[in-house]
Design a protein around this ligand. Structure first.
Ligand SMILES: Cc1cc2nc3c(=O)[nH]c(=O)nc-3n(C[C@H](O)[C@H](O)[C@H](O)COP(=O)(O)OP(=O)(O)OC[C@H]3O[C@@H](n4cnc5c(N)ncnc54)[C@H](O)[C@@H]3O)c2cc1C
Length: 418
């Protein structure tokens, strides 16, 4: 007599859910994946600006050093299914990958949709039953024979009851809600008795007290150094690219800096070194030479040889100088002030941008109540968690998606063995 396959229900067809369903099916379960959107991987589609920085080709220790929140919780998941395993899985499905600067991994086509397509094709081959446009409303739990409770079924918004031997929640965080991550899983976890920690944005733009960045909205600065400090203590400093927005600042350097913000934002400050390749003395000598050669030229016009024109236009004001100042009128003290501001343009942080616009949600299902060796709930023996729903998050570089792939793989494998 053939043994009945366990029924595994995966809730959410994002990064974690796709891999969880694949691993559960490969481990012998009858898997149904319920996704409320009309397609799989809507958030994956917009990752890495549509290029999908799908993982980071680094070793385990390096990976864990990029996870500020609960890194040890991920040890087994990342050992079970590593970045290199994910790269091989995609290659096996006809989606070659390429490793770029900072060991960031992308599909060779640089199309995020190819990653989802490859995973969907593997899921199909393994017999995963994907049900799109199917939103889950709640989990039905019943007292279990061993005492405590277990999940008996998943109830959909359309009123359908789908019996389950085990359930994997992969509903994501609450950022970019248009992609489907609207926090439903937190509600399901809480109803099951789990602790859900407060959510906050990470990898997010910053609102500034100064209003001048708004006037430069859309301007991107390359090869600048951004430094985040608390008092004299430097919390983050890096060379790269940033962007002025309608609320303040964003772009890669700012998103990364947002991971290092102190609790009390009033003590934090930002400064931009607009000319990191020059020492203050070299810069002062360059200004002296340029101003001498430029005579009656207006200061903003001359500064446009050093800065983007829109920033050069307001730069004298940022140094407390009139924009009508001409090069041959600049005093030595004013020149020093210009040089100092070019090396350390200050910004005051008012707040982080909204959670809905963050790349990642911090907080969520407390990892204390989840077994790291299986992703199984410590409260309900047939409930599993994977992905951003959990209280783990990482820096930029492909780490957040890999957390979803790895926790999804481990949850899928174990959910099939209940
Ligand atoms: C703009 C942007 C760019 C990013 N770029 C990168 C990057 O390049 N590299 C990287 O590593 N990370 C990146 N991230 C982060 C990464 O996308 C997430 O960490 C990752 O997608 C989390 O995977 P997940 O499966 O946990 O959640 P999600 O991918 O959000 O998937 C959750 C799924 O659950 C479904 N769902 C929710 N509730 C229900 C319900 N009640 N019933 C049925 N289905 C439901 C949703 O519709 C959704 O499809 C980026 C994020 C954003 C917003």
């Amino acid at each position: 007599m053939t043994e009945k396959k366990p029924n595994v229900i995966v809730v959410g067809g994002g990064a974690a859910g796709m891999v969880a369903s694949l691993f559960a099916a490969r481990a012998g379960a009858a898997v149904t994946l319920l996704e409320k959107n009309e397609k799989l991987g809507k958030k994956v589609y917009i990752t890495g600006k549509g290029r999908c920085n799908l993982t980071n080709d680094c070793d385990l220790d390096t990976f864990l050093s990029q996870v500020p929140r609960n890194p040890r919780f991920l040890y087994t998941a990342l050992s079970f299914f590593s970045p290199q395993d994910m790269m091989a899985l995609l290659e096996s499905a006809g989606c070659p990958v390429t490793v770029q600067r900072g060991r960031r991994v992308f599909p060779a086509s640089e199309k995020a949709s190819d990653v989802t397509r490859a995973l969907a094709s593997l899921m199909r081959q393994s017999g995963v039953d994907v049900r799109l446009n199917t939103a889950v409303r709640s989990l039905e739990t019943l007292p279990s024979e061993e005492g405590g409770r277990r999940v008996a079924a998943v109830l959909t918004k359309d009123g359908e009851r789908i019996p389950a031997d085990s359930v994997i929640l992969c509903t994501g965080g609450v950022s970019f809600p248009a992609t489907g991550s609207t926090g439903d899983g937190y509600r399901f976890a809480e109803a099951a008795g789990h602790t859900v920690l407060p959510r906050s944005p990470v990898l997010v733009g910053l609102d500034t007290v100064e209003t001048w960045p708004c006037s430069l909205q859309g301007l991107s600065l390359r090869n600048v150094t951004l430094t985040l400090s608390r008092g004299k203590k430097v919390l983050y400093t890096e060379l790269g690219e940033m962007l002025f927005t309608h609320f303040g600042v964003s772009g890669p350097l700012v998103l990364e800096a947002s991971c290092h913000l102190p609790e009390d934002l009033s003590k934090a400050s930002l400064r931009i070194d607009l000319k990191p390749g020059l020492t203050p003395e070299q810069l002062d000598a360059r200004l002296l030479r340029d101003f001498a050669a430029s005579g009656k030229k207006l200061l903003p016009t001359e500064l446009a040889s050093l800065l983007p024109a829109s920033l050069a236009g307001i730069f004298p004001q940022l140094c407390g100088l009139p924009e009508s100042l001409r090069c041959n009128q600049v005093t030595a003290e004013q020149r020093r002030c210009l040089a100092e501001t070019l090396k350390a343009l200050p910004l005051t942080i008012r707040s982080t941008g909204p959670l809905s616009g963050a790349i990642v949600t911090r907080g969520g299902v407390s990892v204390r109540e989840v077994d790291p060796s299986s992703m199984r709930s410590r409260l309900l023996p047939n409930l599993f968690f994977a992905g951003e729903l959990l209280d783990v998050d990482a820096h930029t570089g492909g780490y957040n998606l890999q957390i979803a792939w790895s926790t999804g793989a481990l949850a899928g494998q174990n959910a099939a063995e209940v």
